[in-house]
Design a protein around this ligand. Structure first.
Ligand code: NAD
Length: 501
């Protein structure tokens, strides 16, 4: 394992430097910047240095309820919901244009805020842009008044926006998930209230600043509430004025949000955690496949919900595969997120680091072999939350093989037959993304379709494409999915109109 202290000079763009100098970052509601009534704030840290980078207002229930009222008011009165579809689509393209022009500014903020390697932050911002353009274009192809041919009746289904929609998102892909949430809802004419994670609120607030400065949306169409999960997040989930709710995060909090929405009969979609498997057959190129899986588990320091965390390897190549993985894991360059040589940055916070290190101990106590030790990593001059990648192996009936760790830790186990590989992959409460690796594409198709998961990938992992549904089953999610035509449809309220003839 090599660690690096060679820091690229972090020279922030003037607009970013000025944004970061904001004494207290306020929430954005009804086109204005607002503070919590009790004046409370919380601090945001740079995960790579441990230094404070921002102070942010901490909204409580009464504050949040006012923001939802602003979204309701904008839905009723701003003209957004009734605007021509192509005009709304043009607004979404203007937002994509504005973000594209400032892609480096957004990427600097995102990288600083969540510890993401800078090049990966650029890719996330690009994904946001692509998402806005995808739903802008898709919204213009929807049939908003679909005639239904039935005997003795004139009938049609009309599709309208629902109203205010709530979004609660996690810290691992803050801006990308902001795009996945907002774009379909806005394209359909809804108004939005977004609650970013308390660790990573800055890119969403910067988006509001850009939208406000360039007057890209009517006031109140996009609102961002900042605050802690148990206060601001809970208040968003409990507000009965929402017409749709979208939660992305852990299954534990997903249950709380779904319960609160259930009480109000607000339809909710949950995109939750994962414990993805990679099923690797003996006909693969061992070096190439090991390389791709090591890249996957170290990508964003393993804080990826759909990651391949259980590596199931056909028995006759198991030992060679393990050796290859250990060699590659050891050479991953750990460093500050703006360090040009860094391949893997920090975890998001001290709690997440304690969680990852804790699972290594719990896994060993439960009988696993620690075949690559992992542990805390030190980066000279940086007091951030770094860990080394680790590998566990052994029986899959182990706490570290069953529970989501959310760090650069993979669990290896051998299998013999195709049936056994599929059975082991499916032996989990989660069901987000699994992959199959083989030169035999017929076998790949068969195995991929056998996964009890929302997504089956062939000779690759973490493959998410606009237009292809992405969702989880079981403990990984419910209620729909993202980035496909179905997602846009979720944000359109159908009404059947019938006249007997
Ligand atoms: P988390 O569940 O702790 O927090 C997610 C969001 O919920 C945050 O904004 C948080 O402030 C808020 N929250 C916390 N307590 C709340 C409460 N009581 N009521 C309402 N909101 C509350 O998750 P996290 O630690 O930020 O993110 C990691 C998790 O997210 C992992 O499980 C990961 O797999 C999952 N995830 C899933 C997807 C997906 O697409 N399926 C994508 C990214 C992350």
């Amino acid at each position: 394992m090599s660690t690096s202290s060679v820091e690229r000079t972090t020279e922030f763009a003037p607009a970013v430097a000025s944004f970061l100098a904001t004494p207290v970052h306020k929430s954005f509601a009804g086109g204005r910047w607002v503070e919590a009534a009790d004046g409370q704030t919380f601090d945001v840290l740079d995960p790579g240095s441990g230094n404070k980078i921002a102070t942010v207002t901490s909204m409580k229930k009464a504050d949040v309820d006012k923001v939802v009222d602003a979204a309701q008011d904008a839905f009723n009165n701003s003209g957004w919901a009734t605007m021509q579809v192509s005009e709304r689509a043009a607004c979404l393209h203007r937002i994509a244009d504005a973000v594209e022009k400032r892609i480096h500014e957004f990427a600097q903020i995102e990288s600083l805020d969540c510890g993401k390697i800078y090049a990966q932050a650029i890719a996330d911002i690009q994904n946001f842009i692509d998402t806005f353009r995808y739903f802008a274009d898709l919204s213009q192809a929807v049939n908003y008044r679909q005639v239904i041919a039935v005997k003795h009746h004139e009938a049609w289904v009309a599709r309208h926006a629902w109203g205010p929609c709530g979004f609660i998102i996690p810290w691992n892909f803050p801006f990308l998930l902001t795009g996945w949430g907002l774009a379909p809802a806005l394209a359909a004419g809804n108004t939005c209230v977004l609650k970013p994670a308390e660790d990573t609120p800055l890119s969403a607030l910067y988006l509001c600043r850009v939208i406000q400065e360039q007057e890209l949306l009517p006031a109140g169409v996009l609102n961002v509430v900042t605050g802690l999960g148990e206060t601001a997040g809970a208040a968003v989930s409990q507000n009965p004025k929402f017409r749709r709710m979208s939660f992305t995060g852990s299954p534990e909090v997903g249950r709380l949000v779904a319960e609160a929405c259930g009480r109000n009969l607000v339809p909710v979609k949950c995109e939750l955690g994962g414990k993805g498997a990679a099923v690797v057959f003996n006909d693969v190129d061992i070096a190439e496949t090991a390389d791709k899986l090591v890249q996957a588990i170290t990508f964003h320091t393993g804080q990826v919900c759909c990651d391949a965390t259980r590596w199931l390897i056909q028995r006759d190549i198991y030992d060679d595969f393990v050796d290859e993985c250990i060699t590659r894991m050891k050479s991953v360059q750990i460093g500050y997120q703006f360090d040009k040589d860094a391949q893997m940055g920090p975890l998001v916070n001290a709690k997440q680091r304690a969680r990852v290190l804790g699972y290594l101990q719990k896994g060993v106590a439960d009988g696993a072999d620690l075949i690559l030790e992992g542990g805390a990593a030190q980066i000279t001059g940086k007091n951030g939350f770094y860990v080394k990648p680790a590998l566990l192996a052994g029986s899959l009936n182990n706490v570290a093989a069953r529970e989501e760790i959310f760090g650069p830790v993979a669990y290896l186990a051998p299998f013999t037959t195709e049936e056994e590989g599929i059975r082991l992959a499916n032996d989990t409460e989660y069901g987000l993304g699994n992959s199959v690796w083989s030169r035999d594409l017929q076998r790949c198709a068969r195995v991929a379709e056998s996964f009890r998961a929302g997504n089956g990938w062939i000779n690759a992992h973490n493959v998410i494409v606009h237009g292809v549904p992405y969702a989880g089953v079981g403990k990984s999610g419910m209620g729909g999915g993202v980035v496909s035509p179905d997602t846009l449809n979720d944000y359109l309220r159908p009404i059947s109109v019938v006249r007997p003839l």
